[in-house]
Design a protein around this ligand. Structure first.
Ligand code: SAH
Length: 400
């Protein structure tokens, strides 16, 4: 097996079980003859074997660790065991009736770098985002087909930008790997709501499963409220607010497709008296138009897409976050609630709090934090891999 030798001192992060080895940490020439995603033995400068990882020739993250210590090199059986273990750790979810949709494999934090697998009522949808993940695809798909309860089929989404960085194809956008072809829309349940999931064209693998806990936390605060749900996508927070007795909900998104599915999602919920409005608009502009029209709300949800991809973009992203939060704070009625989120990993919780504090100062209003949310337990974060924590939510209540 080919060896990758690390520069002196660069073994430390591997010993702490951080799974990424950047190209700059590697000593000497890159090994020849290793297939993209193939396994290499990773050694410290003194030759000590640190473990085995998957080789990504095109990526800055040149090796992703699969196993630590001097054990046997990972094979297909090893990868399948990891998948079974990962699904097994979700056992508690499967016995509770709250939802039939969850993440089964959360990449690095489940010991399977680059492998994401989401479960939607029997249908598993994967993303393979690294060369190593691509290399072990067959083993992963086989294991998921038998490990996921009542699995009807395993498919994959390839239309993801990170695959280009790994030198992997992005076409076709969607492919069935095992089992049957999923229906055009898969229906799932989440607490008091039902959602239709477009596994072929929806964002990520079709749904923002990572916001489950936040939807559950924010919904009940909407009882009797006039709610503005910004960046609504297929309606998640707005439909939760509706199910919890909101007086009215405005769902705003720039995507006509997302709003069309949000409307269909409304049709499959229980009947209720909440007034629903759908607005196809840029949130930055829409918030200003509400300000100009003097329109106010009891609750505003801000769940924007990633504004910062990298640390370098954080300052620019900070301006975007401050802008929408400041505008939203001004639109809140006395005692109103702002549920605000950032899914940029590069935006630290501390910086996000600072931005919110500055926005409240500029808005001339006081807020108290009533809840904090994060990605749910099916999106765990390995302690040795803090990069896995990307989603932050702060629920604020106006009290001036
Ligand atoms: N809250 C949602 C997920 C939001 S994802 C849920 O729980 O399911 C972010 C959404 O923001 C996407 O649907 C995207 O279409 C939308 N979006 C991105 N930029 C936007 C903008 N400037 N104005 C309005 N919507 C935008």
């Amino acid at each position: 097996m080919e060896k990758v030798l690390l520069k002196k001192g660069r073994e430390r992060s591997v010993l702490r079980r951080h799974p990424w080895i950047f190209s700059g940490a590697i000593e000497g020439p890159v090994p020849e003859g290793v297939a993209s995603g193939g396994t290499v033995e990773v050694c410290a400068a003194d030759g000590a074997v640190l473990g085995f990882g998957s080789y990504s020739p095109a990526s800055q993250i040149r090796v992703r660790m699969l196993s630590y210590g001097a054990d046997r090199a990972p094979d297909a059986a090893f990868v399948k065991e990891r998948v079974f273990a990962s699904v097994g750790r979700r056992g508690d979810f499967f016995v509770n009736a709250y939802t039939d949709a969850m993440r089964l494999v959360n990449a690095e934090s489940d010991g399977l770098p680059g492998v994401v697998a989401d479960y939607y009522a029997g249908w598993v949808v994967c993303q393979f985002t690294s060369a190593g993940a691509e290399f072990w695809k067959d083993a992963v798909a086989d294991a998921l087909m038998s490990a996921a309860p009542g699995c009807l089929g395993v498919s994959e989404r390839l239309d993801i930008d990170v695959r280009a960085k790994e030198g992997l194809p992005r076409e076709p956008a969607f492919r069935v790997l095992r089992g049957a072809e999923p229906p055009e829309l898969v229906e799932i349940a989440e607490g008091p709501c039902k959602f239709l999931i477009d596994v072929r064209k929806g964002h990520k693998t079709g749904f923002y499963l990572d916001q489950r806990d936040a939807r559950a936390a924010v919904g009940p605060l909407a009882n009797g409220a006039d709610v503005l749900n910004c960046f609504s996508y297929t309606g998640g927070f707005g439909l939760f607010a509706r199910a919890c007795g909101a007086a009215s909900v405005v769902q705003v998104d720039v995507s006509a497709d997302a709003l069309a599915l949000a409307r269909r999602n409304e049709e499959i919920q229980h009947m209720c008296g909440t007034r629903m409005e759908y607005v196809e608009a840029d949130v930055f502009k829409y918030l200003r138009s509400c300000r100009d029209a003097g329109r106010t709300f009891d609750m505003i949800v801000l769940d924007p897409p990633k504004f910062a991809e990298t640390k370098a973009q954080v300052m620019k992203a900070a301006r975007g976050y401050k802008d929408i939060n400041l505008l939203a704070m001004k639109l809140l009625r006395p005692g109103g609630t702002l549920a605000t989120f950032s899914c940029s990993g590069a935006m630290t919780p501390e910086l996000f709090d600072k931005i919110l504090a500055e926005a409240s100062e500029d808005a001339g209003r006081s807020f108290q934090v009533v809840a904090r949310t994060r990605q749910g337990a099916d999106h765990p974060v390995a302690l040795s891999f803090p990069e896995g924590h990307y989603l932050k939510g702060v629920v604020l209540r106006e009290f001036s």
